[in-house]
Design a protein around this ligand. Structure first.
Ligand SMILES: [Zn+2]
Length: 167
């Protein structure tokens, strides 16, 4: 019942991911329609329901455009799990403040990068110049496209792709 379901706005814009349970209750209350049924059926005591993989809201909801929340996980994802100093691809990277925090460096998309522990240790609390290190690329806020936003669900939900592309 907890499989992810892609929720489309009335204009087909992908806006959200919910679980099957929530999706079915939206359908039963008339707030959404089934767009794609990908995973068989759900049996309750009284009835059998199609198990949705994509639903679409019957009424347009207004909300601000997505922005990617600045978290360690999202920084690692933006940097493709690659140390931004030496280029090493590693599963357990740390987050480095390019301009050090103790000098007033902020925690912003432009000032944090993924770093392996060796590079993070080498850089310490120094600036790039002091440490004589350089970045592979200038860090910036990742695009909040639907593909970026919902992309992590795609390996298990390939059928979502046509509904996500282009937004
Ligand atoms: Zn490194």
């Amino acid at each position: 019942m907890l499989a992810p379901v892609l929720v489309l706005n009335a204009n087909f814009e992908p806006i959200h991911v919910c679980n099957s349970h929530r999706a079915i209750s939206l359908i039963l209350t008339g707030k959404a329609n089934l767009v794609l049924n990908g995973r068989g059926e759900i049996h309750t005591v009284a009835r059998v329901y199609p198990r949705p993989t994509i639903i679409r809201l019957t009424h347009m909801i207004h909300r601000p455009r997505h922005r990617i929340k600045l978290t360690k996980r999202e920084v690692l994802r933006r940097d493709h799990d690659t140390c931004q100093y030496c280029g090493q691809h590693a599963p357990s990277l740390t987050i480095d403040h390019v301009y050090p925090r103790h000098l007033g460096g902020q925690t912003t998309w432009e000032n944090v990068v993924s770093a392996c522990s060796a590079c993070n240790h080498r850089k310490g609390s120094h600036t790039l110049e002091q440490a004589q290190m350089s970045l592979l690329r200038r860090p910036s806020e990742p695009p909040a496209s639907a593909l970026y936003y919902f992309g992590r669900h795609l390996p298990e939900n390939q059928e979502w792709l046509p509904y996500i592309e282009g937004w």
